[in-house]
Each structure stands twice: as C-alpha cells, then as structure tokens.
Design a protein around this ligand. Structure first.
Ligand code: ATP
Length: 295
C-alpha cells in the first residue's frame, strides 16, 4: 500500500512546491492576474554568471501596447555594485524589477546579464541567479524552519540555522518554546514586519544568488529595527550586484549609483552628493522627506 501512495505523496509535494512558488511570487509582485506569457527560446542555454553585471539598453515596456510605462531606459550596474532606484509612485520602479526577473518581455531594447540577453537563456537559470527580498514576505502555515529552508532545496538544519544567524533572527527563534519547530503563518505565531523581513533575508542567504533585488518596505518599521535591518541587508548585498527599489531616501544615501525615475524615464542619476548638488527632483524629494521625518 505504501508503494501505491508514494507517487501520490510526491505529486502532492510537487503541487505544493509549485503553488507555493507562485504564491510567493504573486505576493512579491502582485502577479495573481498575470498570465504566463514568457517562454524559453528553443534550446536556450542556462545563464552563465561571471560577475553579475546588469545592463538595460534602451528598454521600452508597457503592460498594454497602447500605454508605454518605461521609455528608453538605459543603465548598467557593474558586477558587485549597488544601484538604487527612486522616484514617485507609479514611476515604474517595480516594473523594472519584474522585467529583470523576466515576468514580462521588453517591447524594445534589451536586458543583459554578463552580456547575455535574458530572452536567450532559460528562465529557471535566470531566476536561480536572482534573489528577492520583497516588501512583504508570505509565510506558509508551517514551521519557521520550513519557512527559512524554502530558500534552497535540500537545505539542512545547519544551513537553516546559519542563514538565520546571518539574518540576525536566530536568537529570536532559539528563544521560542519550540524553536525552529514553531508554527508560523495564519494558524501559528504572527511575526512582526521586521521579523518577516528577516525570514526573507535568511531565505535569500540560503539561495545565495549573485544578484539581489531589495524591494524596500513602504511601511516604516521603528527606526531601531529599521537601522538593524539595513545593516543586515548591507552585509547580504556585499559582493552581489544589488538593485534597491527605495521609498525612503535616507536608506540609500550610500548607494554607488542612484537612478531617479519619473513617469518611466530616467530624469537624473548619480551619487547622493551629485544629486543634491543638481538641485532637481531628487533634491526636492530629499528635502520633503527630511521635513516629514522631523514632523
Ligand atoms: P510604487 O512606488 O507606488 O510602488 P512604482 O514606481 O513601483 O510605484 P510600478 O508598480 O512599476 O510603479 O507601476 C508603473 C505603472 O505601471 C503604473 O502606472 C501602474 O499603474 C502600471 N502597472 C503596474 N502593474 C501593472 C499591471 N500588472 N498591469 C497594467 N499596468 C500596471
């Protein structure tokens, strides 16, 4: 009888994995209504990551053919570098991240990683190379250990503990009565925004991708937690090519390069100091946020 059930079990597991994968991505990028439009090219090879240089070359994109969202977008993030993308709501920041993940294909121009057009390589290899720390992490109704281990197939308990330490959530977990076996999610322990973000960071550490997308939370955490998380993220971003979608400018003042998007166009780019000096949109946003922070 056991023989009979094993395949069913396996099927259940595969289904669970697929569904969870979609749930997680859906939560990251509001993909629920998005049809799977993108396909691998016949005989597409896997992405060969050398350093993880990302380049957008005259990228043009619209969700609908009659409404262009990104116009002629060009930039390069050198291997191991950090690019922060800022701009008003609706400017196209998340869209740009979705394109890098190839949830959609560009309608003009190209996106390359280490010189390879992402339309010519397999999606599986592309997505394996990119880690995302989303704004809001979905937790499965399972143990906290499972929720972290989900970052990598076949992760051992030691791997999970190591990742939790790297994400500075190990001490919190170890202090729970059931430790890594504690149930989380709707039917278990409710984690705070900061704790959930740390679970996402731990997952990413397990995945160990050469490219990282940080989608900064819009809802502010308290400033102490915020500062702690920022320093953890900075450590995770080391030696990885990192794209930060930023809402609060104070968190990205030390980025190598800042791209200011407005209505799908790059209106300014440079370092924090360059942009303040330019006295344009960035400087205006900076002054406004500084006033809000004081208020
Ligand atoms: P925010 O800071 O508010 O998150 P954003 O800069 O990330 O904004 P995007 O989410 O990239 O902006 O959206 C850019 C534009 O694309 C918006 O006008 C939005 O309405 C539109 N848009 C986003 N997702 C879709 C979609 N799935 N279908 C159609 N239009 C979309």
């Amino acid at each position: 009888l056991a023989q009979l059930f094993r395949p069913l079990d396996l099927l259940g597991m595969v289904y669970r994995t697929i569904r969870q994968g979609l749930v997680d991505m859906a939560a990251m990028f509001d993909l629920i209504d998005t049809p799977a439009e993108v396909r691998d090219a016949p005989n597409a090879p896997p992405l060969a990551v050398r350093g993880g240089t990302i380049s957008f070359d005259h990228v043009r994109f619209g969700y609908d053919p009659d409404r262009v969202i990104l116009h002629d977008l060009s930039f390069t993030v050198p291997a191991g570098g950090t690019l922060a993308i800022v701009g008003p709501s609706g400017a196209g920041k998340s869209t740009l991240a979705r394109l890098l993940f190839r949830f959609y294909d560009v309608t003009g121009g190209s996106i390359r990683i280490d010189g390879q057009d992402i339309r010519t390589i397999t999606q599986a290899s592309l997505r394996a190379a990119i880690g995302i720390v989303p704004q809001d992490t979905v937790l499965f109704n399972d143990t906290i250990g499972y929720n972290i281990g989900y970052g990598r197939d076949g992760a051992t308990q030691a791997d999970i503990v190591g990742a939790a330490q790297g994400a500075a959530i190990h001490d919190f977990i170890a202090a729970l009565p059931r430790g890594y076996e504690s149930m989380v999610g709707e039917r278990g322990l409710k984690l705070s925004g900061g704790e959930k973000q740390r679970v996402a960071i731990a997952r990413t550490l397990l995945k160990d991708p050469p490219i990282l997308i940080l989608d900064e939370a819009t809802s502010a955490l308290d400033s102490r937690t915020e500062a702690d998380i920022q320093s953890t993220l900075r450590a995770v971003a080391q030696r990885r090519t990192t794209l930060i979608i930023a809402h609060r400018l104070s968190t990205i003042a030390d980025a190598d390069q800042i791209l200011v998007l407005d209505a799908g166009r790059v209106v300014e780019s440079g370092t924090h100091a360059d942009l303040l000096k330019a006295a344009g949109l960035y400087a205006e946003m900076w002054t406004r946020q500084a006033a809000e922070d004081v208020a």
